[in-house]
Write a new protein. Structure first.
Length: 679
């Protein structure tokens, strides 16, 4: 250890005197500082600064690229110095082992890189605490340094050492390494679900203020694979070291350990890759089941009385269904669909147990229904939600990588979420039995809809706010929801929400948000009269455009953690009966101004108008801008758009978050077997 320490000490002294190191520090601090200042510019997409982890992530993301380039050059410089006399000659002839020599060299470069990284982190933190938003949190800085930057540094140092010892020609090694860097930047990040991307560009890696990291298990697995690979390549470079000492004596042992480390790193990377590959295979299997088991046309689910309870990530449900055979023929068995992760414990009618067959999401009840017979059937089931069943119609690529090109951060990909602090279940995940899926994955344009009378009872912690459709009554630890009209689907959302409500005499408007410092709350933080008038005016605008009245008694806007994913499609999860979901802190928005800032800005042009009047206009403008049929959206931040100057441009397009489906999709539908396009 003393010999390794001596090598580290000498190497650090050389690095600190190297002009490359000085350039490295200056470029890192200046570039990251300039980028952080620019991101706060309101002309750039708000999504770049919306989350509390945005500033530390951006610094870590940019530093990852800078340190990768300099790690390559430092390693090449090491080879150059070994070919010329310099300060290390005094220890070059000493009887230390090759592995000690290269380990000391590598540790010196890594320590130098981590030191510069810490300097950048401290400078970024100083900048962060001196701006009004987003909220400062220490943990993301430490997390990104340890899990994002350090594995990247280790990998590039390891592969650079290996390459220069194998190739032995510094210029050629530099050319190969820079070529691989460019390959990783532009191609490998989109290959194999990001499993071979050393920068983890498309791997979900942000923090929610409510649920924490959006996917820690898979993310850490992917990062650790590169740490192990770096160790394997370091040992491989020892084998190709030209110094004699222990080379012959330890060759086989080092070769075996090096190969083992590389294989282990590959296996860890494959473990990450196989998670998505297995999920996509399951999705193909679910599509096959939908093709083999088409919905029974003559059975109708009249009502469902659901009792829901959860423990951790498991849900326990008892569902009483009223089923009716609405045709004049006898039906021998009933086919339903239920999330494949939920295990059916028992099915019975009155005091008789019903036999059933279960294959993935298909649940077949061996129960005879006479013409026009009505039966009450109780289904008890338990388990964890399998998200692979969701959005089968959108394809695997969109499902596994629903990225927003407005931001460098990859958000969560959960289509459903169950935990002690937050639960989010929509009809898409089949958390209760249905006759037909919400969208037919085989024929999306011919999807049918069932309208059912729901009653939901949720047994949960009294500290959680429970949200669902219908009239709400709470009795100790049980919250009951009774629907006054039949719905096409039922949604359940539970979490540590705060609530604000307004009633205009016809519609009750609810806002469910996480924090009063959040963007969603600040968007409506005004006087009751001003906000109410804005809501009424915007609702009138939408009703006029649709030609019909809003079909429900309530309209709730609900904030979701960034862990969740709102897939874009007609009939997707952003809209459910009575509900409009919004991402945490409005992090998917291009622009954002609080209601207070909008009022102040408008007052600068017209000081004679009342605050209430301005608030009304601003609230209405925000809702129209968010949910109208058309929207203006930035073309996106990409290298091509930055070079052309188009990254600040906007273009008109169809608004995927239009509220228009709320007026038609959930209150009725027209279906024609002769003209299926009418569906």
């Amino acid at each position: 250890m003393n010999r390794i320490g001596l090598i580290i000490l000498y190497e650090l002294k050389l690095i600190l005197r190297n002009w490359l190191f000085i350039l490295y520090v200056i470029i890192s601090v200046v570039i990251i500082g300039v980028v952080q200042v620019c991101i706060q510019d309101e002309r750039l997409p708000y999504s770049l600064r919306a989350l509390s982890c945005a500033i530390p992530f951006t610094s870590a993301y940019i530093f990852n690229y800078i340190q990768s380039v300099f790690a390559i050059f430092f390693t090449i410089d090491f080879i150059r110095r070994t070919e010329h006399a310099d300060s290390l000659d005094s220890i070059e002839i000493r009887p230390y082992m090759n592995i000690e020599y290269l380990t000391g060299k590598m540790i010196a470069i890594v320590v130098m890189g981590i030191g510069v990284n810490i300097l950048v982190v401290l400078a970024t933190m100083l900048f962060h605490v001196n701006i009004p938003s987003p909220e400062f949190t220490l943990f993301p800085y430490v997390f990104y340094l340890v899990t994002l930057n350090v594995p990247t540094l280790l990998f590039w140092v390891g592969i650079s050492f290996f390459m220069v010892h194998v190739v032995r020609i510094p210029f050629l090694a530099l050319f190969i390494l820079l070529g691989y860097l460019l390959l990783n930047t532009f191609i490998l990040s989109n290959v194999a679900y990001g499993s071979i991307d050393v920068w983890s560009t498309d791997v979900p890696n942000v923090f929610s203020s409510l649920t924490g990291h959006v996917g820690p298990g898979l993310y850490l697995l992917q990062r650790f694979s590169f740490v192990v690979l770096a160790g394997g390549m370091l040992l491989g470079s020892v084998i190709f070291q030209k110094r004699l000492t222990d080379r012959e004596r330890c060759f086989r042992k080092l070769l075996g350990v090096a190969i083992g480390a590389v294989v282990l790193g590959g296996m860890l990377g494959y473990g990450y890759y196989s998670h998505y590959e297995e999920m996509n295979q399951k999705r193909k299997d679910y599509l096959v089941q939908y093709e083999k088991n088409r919905p029974e046309q003559n059975i109708e689910i009249k009502s469902q009385d659901i009792v829901f309870k959860q423990e951790g990530d498991q849900i326990m449900v008892v569902d009483d269904l009223i089923l009716e055979n609405n045709c004049s023929r006898k039906i021998e068995k009933i086919g339903l669909f239920l999330n494949p992760g939920l295990q059916v414990e028992q099915i019975k009618t009155e005091d008789r147990v019903i036999d059933f067959v279960r294959e993935k999401q298909v649940l077949v009840l061996k129960e005879c229904f006479l013409p026009h017979e009505v039966k009450c059937i109780r289904i008890s089931y338990i388990g964890e939600i399998d998200e692979s069943i969701c959005y089968l119609d959108l394809g695997d690529k969109i499902h596994t990588n629903p990225l927003d090109n407005q931001a460098i951060m990859s958000h969560g990909r959960h289509a459903a979420f169950v935990s002690d602090r937050f639960t989010w279940l929509t009809p898409e995940c089949l958390w209760y039995p249905v006759r037909i899926p919400p969208v037919d994955p085989l024929l999306p344009n011919q999807s049918e809809r069932d309208f059912t009378s729901f009653r939901l009872s949720v047994i949960c912690d009294t500290t959680l706010t429970v949200i669902s459709q219908g009239v709400r009554i709470r009795n100790k630890d049980t919250v009951c929801f009774t629907n006054m009209q039949a719905l096409s689907g039922l949604t359940l959302c539970m979490g540590e929400y705060r609530q604000r409500s307004l009633d205009d005499g016809r519609i009750r408007y609810n806002l469910y948000y996480f924090s009063e410092n959040g963007a969603l709350y600040k968007q409506f933080n005004g006087s009751k009269d001003g906000v109410r008038a804005g809501l009424e005016e915007s609702m009138g605008y939408f009703e006029y455009n649709q030609g019909i009245d809003y079909p429900f008694d309530e309209l709730s806007m609900i904030e979701l953690p960034v862990s969740c994913c709102l897939q874009i499609r007609n009939g997707g999860t952003i809209l459910q009966p009575e509900f409009v979901f919004q991402m945490e802190n409005l992090c998917d928005r291009n622009t954002y101004y609080s209601l207070e800032d909008r009022v102040k800005w408008f007052r600068g042009f017209d000081s004679n108008r009342s605050t209430t009047e301005i608030e009304s206009e601003m609230v209405s403008a925000f809702l129209k801008e968010s949910f109208d049929l058309k929207e203006y959206k930035n073309v996106g931040i990409s290298l091509r758009n930055i070079l052309s100057g188009r990254y600040l441009a906007s273009e008109e397009q169809e608004n995927p978050f239009s509220i228009a489906p709320m007026f038609t999709n959930f209150s009725g539908y027209i279906f024609s077997e002769k003209y299926p396009v009418l569906s």
